[in-house]
Design a protein around this ligand. Structure first.
Ligand SMILES: C[S@@+](CC[C@H](N)C(=O)[O-])C[C@H]1O[C@@H](n2cnc3c(N)ncnc32)[C@H](O)[C@@H]1O
Length: 291
């Protein structure tokens, strides 16, 4: 089906059910088959693969996942969409629809209950934009048994997640994400392929979850505090940004010593540091402040 026909079908389905879309829930439905093709290619599914979809809407992506994956569990917050989804997949027992908020559900349990028999599990989703970052950080920080995450998100956020050190888009979320996953750009998605059309462009990115972090870190929580502090005051030098007490109350003297011992120029700005340098810094800080 081409884009215009899918868009028509989407509008018709919504009209038949008397559904008015909720902007507050980020309800923009995808109508472009070629974008779905690219998402499927990036996800590399198969009969042994299980998929968690977040926000199935009226099932544009779910229909493709049902064909390409062995098991699918799709979590939708909007109760009004559940009957639409249930009737669409009533004869496909390998697709389970769960009503709930992905931010409060027990995801580890959900994956175990529905996808426990799959040899690998991916998240594939066109995420609601108002809650993209919290969802992504939850998926990563909980260390769920995931292999890949293929998500459509706001283009600016995709640029942040795939940015290089020193670039304008590089931020604390770039570094934090890199600790858990290898992040790649898949494709840009123009606003006109959605019904209704959002105000911003989107993009699809892929995260390959790492078996183990690429750097050795003594204290993960401290690493993330250092990253947040360094980016919290982007205009300041590293020495000044980290000496405001934001990292465990440490003052200028300790921070200066740690920077000199790790060979990191105190005049650099936080946004130029790589994950490896943040790890070096937080490990040294851990040693110095522990003794
Ligand atoms: C951008 S739409 C994607 C719809 C569909 N997957 C598509 O591609 O056409 C996001 C969907 O996420 C749902 N949603 C919003 N917040 C949610 C949450 N906290 N938990 C689960 N689903 C949510 C919305 O109701 C909406 O259906």
């Amino acid at each position: 089906m081409d884009e215009v026909r899918i868009a028509e079908r989407t509008r018709q389905l919504l009209a038949e059910r008397g559904l008015r879309l909720k902007k507050s829930l980020g309800q923009h439905f995808l109508t472009d088959r070629r974008i779905l093709d690219k998402m499927m290619e990036a996800a590399g599914l198969g009969p042994e693969a299980g998929v968690l979809e977040i926000g199935p809407g009226i099932g544009a992506l779910t229909e493709r996942l049902a064909v390409e994956a062995g098991q699918v569990v799709a979590v939708e917050l909007d109760e009004r969409l559940i009957p639409v989804l249930s009737s669409l997949f009533s004869d496909q027992p390998h697709v389970r629809i769960v009503q709930g908020d992905v931010m409060s559900l027990d995801l580890s349990r959900l994956l175990q209950d529905h996808l426990g028999d799959c040899s690998r599990i991916s998240v594939v989703a066109n995420l609601p934009y108002y809650v993209t970052t919290p969802i992504l950080m939850r998926l990563l920080e909980e260390k769920l048994p995931l292999d890949r995450i293929v998500i459509m998100i706001q283009k600016e956020v995709a640029e942040r997640l795939t940015a290089s050190p020193g670039s304008k888009a590089y931020g604390s979320i770039t570094v934090a994400t890199r600790y858990y996953a290898e992040t790649e750009w898949v494709t840009k998605v123009p606003a006109h392929v959605f019904v209704p059309r959002p105000q911003v462009d989107s993009a699809v990115i892929r995260l390959k979850i790492r078996q183990r972090p690429p750097v050795e870190v003594r204290d993960e929580a401290l690493l993330f505090r250092v990253i947040r502090a360094a980016f919290g005051q982007r205009r300041k030098t590293l020495l000044n940004a980290l000496s405001t007490g934001a990292v465990d109350g440490e003052g200028k003297e300790t921070i200066s010593r740690v920077l000199s011992e790790t060979g990191i120029d105190p005049k650099r700005r936080g946004e130029t540091l790589s994950l490896e340098e943040f790890a070096l810094l937080s490990n040294r800080l851990h040693e110095v402040t522990r003794n």
